[in-house]
Design a protein around this ligand. Structure first.
Ligand code: ANZ
Ligand code: ZN
Length: 828
């Protein structure tokens, strides 16, 4: 048997794949799903090719292990589907605009464009070396005028449709990066999960450089994503193919709350408070408005105490339970009582209406505030079962039955919230945390916003036939280089021809990535960002793979864009992605592998294929796993074993292929095909590898018999080669060659079982084998004590353990115990 030397074969196979156009997806591709019964929960897409997409990389100059893992997942699935007979679209491109390129260029005394282009060259080489099979004819680069032209075109459509606003806004400003930051680019201390410009200690720091964020009032461009708040929220229920965690994050981010707005009259007009607990309205003992509330500003004009307070909290790091009582009183709309009105920092400007009715008996914060300011605590809800509460010392925050609430006494909280709405001064209201998407950036390296400011005509969108508005040549300045580009900036108004000025803000780079998946479908289309007919046929993306750090930004924006495009009549669909996989983290020494931590491994250090094989075999795609040299060498040795088997067979003395059958081996082959296919369908590549390891062991035993049936054994090796091809493509080509078959195997068809296989049995078998594998790396804590039984599972295998517990044989002692009593706990 010969050794497999990956360094000598990679370029050759890259060349062959390219020559044969193995990964090209024709424009008129139609899905040719083989119609095989699928037990798995793989995406079904009757028309159009199977669209397999990895989140395109930011052009930082190098690929890290997270990228490799991400793209190994999409590549394995795309290859499997392609061999299985589908037309597969598996494209790649570059998220190429953004501040880091500007910073890098500044440090290296070059310009962002040259820097970015050189990064792209390096990264494309890296991807090719990894053996990823992309349709490079569809490559897109967001800093190409031919791409960002369509950002501008879409901006103009959004503008016409009323989805764009220009507003003076108090914005987050990073003094170091000299730019405005979107809410999501501001990192706030743990526990302050709200949005918008903050004050005090929850103002946050810049996500890039960690500098404390300041506030400024600037005129800014927004996309009105809030128009879609309800739809984006409700749509989450139907996204069955998305991880629950991502859906929850989006729900949380949109932050829809149903409740009521209650008007409390004062001498200067009503104060409107937003509450989710209208059932507690009789317990309101004060009102409080935020320091930024209009009323606070108004009162501050004549009331020094209010003025001082508002000023003091603006700069305070922690305003806590502070507050100031005003001269005003407000009339309770239900009782007619007069309530004191406070300005208090715990009331947030941008939540609800910026005003609350304080109910100390039933709300933690109100209770704490009342304690501090000696306000009365009046209980109006009591437990239905008659149990005691800890009032007045501690608030009772549960639902219950109303008491001391006039005509509403005895109602349950839920019913009361409804009935109380009939009263004057209250109306149903829904609030959202979601804010409009601030897209203005005062930086150079982005898409110029295609607007001209004219003294007479106001904002004039640049006409389509003058797009793209290309970036002017780069010059190094502090501040915004576009502001300094005098010649570029001064233009004639497109409407009246008078002297006018271009908008000098560029777009948030998240705009670029909000629709790139559409551009791949018709990358050369000249009339619009994408060809609608193709898009209608090819969407949704069947599988989208990327990091979970994108749970709310990117993954919310693509959903927003898809809806906006549908409403513009440019698209049929309203959801872009059918199935989403967030790949887990690659850990090294217990920490996330990263350059900044100094614990990273360059993707090519161990050879492309060892790395691919290892990252796919280590764990379920969604699970974290630890990089260990031992496991890497296992992956390396497995390659050598497979290659050795193929070459040993090829070099075998007896080359007469008698057509002898071997029922035993045939059955094993059939089972392996069925099992491995099943695992590919479910993205369980780690299980694919362990099935193949098992099959390889079996074959080696078989080959050591005195007289193995060459015919059957040869078939087994060909099947093995095909089954490993999606994961280890170069190796598979070399094995295929050794077996004297016509290549490339990447374009060969997926193996079919010779005989009917019992899918149910296969399923049970998979569960058992998974269990065996999990057992090898787990500890059972006290199996004999059913009350304390626990299965301690290495994190990488947790997914499988859960799956087993759901599907496994209840007769199995461990599984049965887990299901009856036990828990599954992470190692460590
Ligand atoms: C009265 C009340 C009584 C409330 C009660 C709650 C419980 P959660 O608590 O997360 O569901 N709220 C409204 N606007 C606010 C603002 N601008 N700043 C700070 N707090 C604000 O959020 C809803 C509750 O948050 C609202 O319901 C309101 O307090 C408070 F027993 O009103 B509630
Ligand atoms: Zn004009």
């Amino acid at each position: 048997a010969r050794r497999y030397d990956h360094t000598r074969v990679q370029e050759y196979w890259q060349h062959v794949w390219e020559r044969e156009g193995v990964y090209d997806c024709p424009d008129d591709a139609v899905g040719t799903s083989s119609g095989e019964p699928s037990v798995g929960d793989a995406p079904e897409d009757a028309d159009g090719p199977t669209y397999v997409l990895g989140m395109f990389p930011y052009t930082s100059g190098s690929l890290h292990m997270g990228h490799i893992r991400n793209y190994a997942i999409t590549d394995a699935y795309a290859r499997y589907r392609r061999m299985d007979g589908d037309e597969v679209l598996h494209p790649m491109g570059w998220d190429a605009f953004g501040l880091p390129a500007e910073n890098a260029a500044y440090q290296r005394d070059t310009d962002p464009e040259s820097w970015t282009r050189s990064c792209i060259e390096r990264m494309r080489d890296d991807l090719e070396e990894m053996g990823f099979g992309y349709d490079w004819s569809r490559e897109i680069t967001t800093c190409d005028p031919a791409y960002y032209r369509w950002n501008q075109w879409l901006f103009t459509r959004f503008y016409d449709e009323g989805l764009v606003e220009y507003d003076a806004a108090t914005v987050n400003w990073c003094p170091d990066c000299e730019t405005v930051l979107a809410d999501a680019q501001v990192e706030r201390p743990e526990g302050t999960d709200r949005h918008g410009p903050g004050h005090g200690d929850d103002r946050g720091v810049c996500w890039r450089c960690g500098t404390d964020v300041e506030q400024r009032d600037l005129d800014q461009w927004f996309f009105t994503i809030t128009d879609y708040a309800d739809e984006l929220y409700d749509g989450l229920n139907d996204l069955d193919g998305w991880p629950e965690g991502v859906r929850d994050s989006q729900r949380n981010w949109i932050g829809r709350q149903e409740g009521a707005r209650v008007a409390f009259e004062t001498d200067t007009g009503p104060i409107e408070a937003f509450t989710t607990r209208l059932d507690t309205v009789y317990g309101a003992t004060y009102l409080a408005v935020s320091p930024g509330h209009d009323l606070a500003r108004e009162l501050a004009e004549d009331d020094d105490a209010v003025a001082d307070y508002v000023e003091s909290v603006a700069d305070a790091d922690d305003a806590g339970l502070s507050g100031v009582e005003t001269d005003l009183t407000a009339t309770h709309p239900y009782t007619g009582e007069e309530l004191p009105v406070y300005v208090a920092a715990y009331v947030l400007d941008d939540v609800g209406t910026g005003a609350v009715m304080g109910v100390p008996a039933h709300n933690e914060r109100d209770h704490a505030f009342a304690d501090e300011h000696d306000l009365p605590v009046e209980q109006v809800v009591e437990p239905v079962d008659g149990t005691e509460t800890n009032l007045p010392g501690k608030p009772y925050t549960e639902d219950g039955m109303l008491t001391d609430s006039g005509a509403y006494d005895g109602l349950a909280s839920t019913a009361a919230r409804d009935r109380l709405l009939d009263h004057d001064g209250a109306e149903a209201a829904t609030t959202y945390r979601l804010r409009d998407w601030l897209i203005s950036r005062q930086r150079y390296w982005g898409t110029p916003i295609p607007i001209v400011h004219c003294d007479d005509c106001g904002h004039v969108p640049v006409p389509d036939d003058e797009l793209p508005v290309e970036l002017p040549e780069y010059v190094q300045t502090t501040g915004n280089p576009l502001d300094a580009a005098e010649e570029w900036k001064h233009v004639d108004c497109p409407d009246c021809g008078a002297d006018a000025v271009r908008e000098t803000d560029t777009m948030d780079t998240f705009v670029d990535s909000s629709w790139y998946f559409l551009r791949y479908l018709s990358p050369d289309f000249e009339e619009a960002p994408f060809d609608q007919a193709t898009a209608d046929e090819w969407l949704p993306v069947d599988v989208y793979v990327g990091g979970e750090e994108h749970a709310v930004l990117h993954l919310l924006y693509i959903r927003f864009f898809t809806r906006a495009l549908a409403d513009l009549g440019l698209l049929d669909r309203r959801e872009p992605v059918d199935r989403l996989i967030n790949q887990g983290t690659v850990l090294h020494g217990g920490e996330k592998m990263s350059k900044s931590k100094g614990n990273d491994i360059a993707p090519h250090e161990y050879g492309a294929e060892t790395t691919r094989l290892f990252v796919l075999s280590a764990a379920h795609p969604a699970q974290d796993f630890e990089w260990t040299v031992k496991d890497v060498s296992t992956a390396y040795e497995f390659q050598q074993t497979l290659y050795g088997m193929a070459t040993a067979f090829a070099e075998g003395a007896d080359r007469t292929d008698t057509a002898d059958h071997d029922a035993y081996l045939e059955r094993e082959i059939d089972r392996t095909i069925a099992a491995v296919t099943e695992e590919y369908e479910r993205f369980r590549f780690h299980r694919v590898v362990s099935e193949l390891q098992r099959f390889a062991r079996l074959l080696r035993r078989y080959a050591s018999y005195e007289e193995p049936y060459r015919f059957a054994y040869g078939r087994a090796l060909r099947v093995l080669t095909k089954l490993v091809a999606p994961i280890a493509p170069y190796l598979a080509e070399e094995m295929w060659l050794a077996l004297d078959e016509d290549g490339p195997v990447a374009a060969a068809s997926w193996p079919e079982p010779l005989h009917e296989v019992d899918h149910y049995r296969i399923e049970r078998q998979l569960v058992r084998r998974t269990l065996d594998d999990v057992r090898e790396i787990t500890e059972v804590v006290d199996i004999d004590d059913p009350d304390t039984i626990e299965l301690v599972v290495a994190p990488a295998w947790k997914y499988d353990a859960y799956e087993i517990a759901r599907a496994a044989d209840p007769d199995d002692a461990i599984v049965g115990a887990i299901m009856d009593h036990g828990t599954i706990r992470d190692h460590g």
